[in-house]
Design a protein around this ligand. Structure first.
Ligand SMILES: NC(=O)c1ccc[n+]([C@@H]2O[C@H](COP(=O)([O-])OP(=O)(O)OC[C@H]3O[C@@H](n4cnc5c(N)ncnc54)[C@H](O)[C@@H]3O)[C@@H](O)[C@H]2O)c1
Length: 274
């Protein structure tokens, strides 16, 4: 991929799935990397793959919900490489459960990782990205940040919030003439461990949900997702949709407007796993 050579890129949640694929694709494109994850084993494997490509890599355990640690980490990365050009706020978790029966703590946990993790990463790195003279914030929302799904209320809330936050940032960077591009990413179903790593309300069979996700919903590989994201970054796109599912459903919702909710309420009971 063109335009990444010599850039310093930060990837959160790089120990698995899209984050790992982004790290490898960025390394292949000549970027220098700061990768992090909560899961140190997964992170070590990504570090190995990136290092094998002969690229400078700094790997750290980082929980994106820990704001103070994130702020210190941003300064550390900037000091280590002398600049930071790109942050991919990618770390995320999923939770399944209707709102009526979802405990507050589970909804809060999803907001903490999927929304506040993105806010922490964006704000921690923004001064460095502006100072670089050539910065880019890439925030991973979801197709579920464009439309809502039954059983995904917490995730929908976090991913819609990421979209609102990131689009506002895009307007501000542009209007304040800061040298920082901003991209919101909306993947459809991607073949990663997200559903296996997910939690659910009591009584729900997470294994069965993960099987359903893997068989019926995950249609794009993580490697393809990473390539589509980097292409969007190199073309400085405001929004990146990944997969035919994301493109088709985005179009449907734009055509139907809020009436998509009536259609989904009728059609989805037949598609949901029991
Ligand atoms: N897979 C999909 O179908 C899909 C669709 C739309 C959006 N997304 C989004 O893509 C992003 C990447 O997900 P993925 O599919 O690669 O899932 P994944 O489970 O394979 O990878 C997520 C990574 O984030 C890490 N992580 C979780 N909580 C963390 C925390 N508090 N601090 C630091 N790291 C943490 C995990 O350890 C894991 O390595 C997420 O934001 C997810 O919501 C995924």
């Amino acid at each position: 991929m063109q335009g990444f050579a010599g850039k310093v890129a930060v990837v959160t949640g790089a120990g698995s799935g899209i984050g790992r694929a982004l790290a490898v694709e960025l390394a292949r494109s000549g970027a220098q990397l700061a990768i992090s994850d909560l899961d140190t084993e997964g992170l070590a494997e990504t570090e190995k793959r990136v290092a094998a490509l002969g690229v400078p890599v700094k790997a750290d355990r980082l929980n994106v919900t820990e704001r103070e640690a994130f702020l210190l980490y941003a300064d550390e990365v900037n000091e280590h490489f002398g600049k930071v050009n790109q942050i991919y706020n990618n770390a995320g978790i999923a939770f399944n459960g209707d709102i009526e029966v979802s405990p507050f703590k589970d909804i809060e946990r999803v907001m903490d990782v999927d929304f506040w993790g993105v806010v922490n990463g964006t704000k921690a790195f923004l001064p460095h990205l502006i100072a670089s003279g050539d910065g880019h914030v890439i925030n991973i929302s979801s197709l579920f940040g464009l439309l809502s799904m039954p059983g995904q209320g917490a995730y929908n809330a976090a991913k819609f919030a990421v979209r609102g936050f990131t689009e506002a940032l895009n307007l501000e960077m542009s209007m304040n003439k800061h040298p920082v591009k901003v991209t919101t990413v909306h993947p459809g179903g991607i073949k990663t461990a997200i559903a296996r790593n997910a939690t659910a309300v009591e009584g729900m069979d997470v294994e069965a949900l993960a099987d359903f996700f893997d068989r019926r919903l995950a249609s794009t590989s993580a490697e393809k997702a990473a390539q589509v994201i980097l292409e969007g970054v190199s073309k400085k796109r405001d929004r990146v949709l990944i997969g035919n599912d994301a493109r088709a459903l985005d179009l449907l919702v734009r055509i139907l407007g809020s009436k998509y909710q009536r259609l989904f309420a009728l059609a989805l009971p037949r598609l949901r796993p029991q």
